[in-house]
Design a protein around this ligand. Sequence first.
Ligand code: ZN
Length: 90
Amino acid sequence: MRQYQKQTNELEKVICNCCGRELKVERGILKEGACRLETGWGYFSNKDMEKHSFDLCEACYDQWISGFSVPVEITEETEFFPAADGEEDA
Ligand SMILES: [Zn+2]
């Protein structure tokens, strides 16, 4: 989960939803690897129009995907585009 400063909307805190660890955030910038997932559940789901989101630290992400029957698809990013919440290549 993410907390933003109310006045500036700057990223204040990122907490791994799985283990509860607080990730390193400096001056509004997330300084470690994390997985942010946002998904909207549509009419054909049992979660009619709910929007779910969570953050995972890298260790919890690795643990999670290691249980997948089919491995995640991995490609390399040729360019890194800073995210809207101020994440950037360190
Ligand atoms: Zn974690």
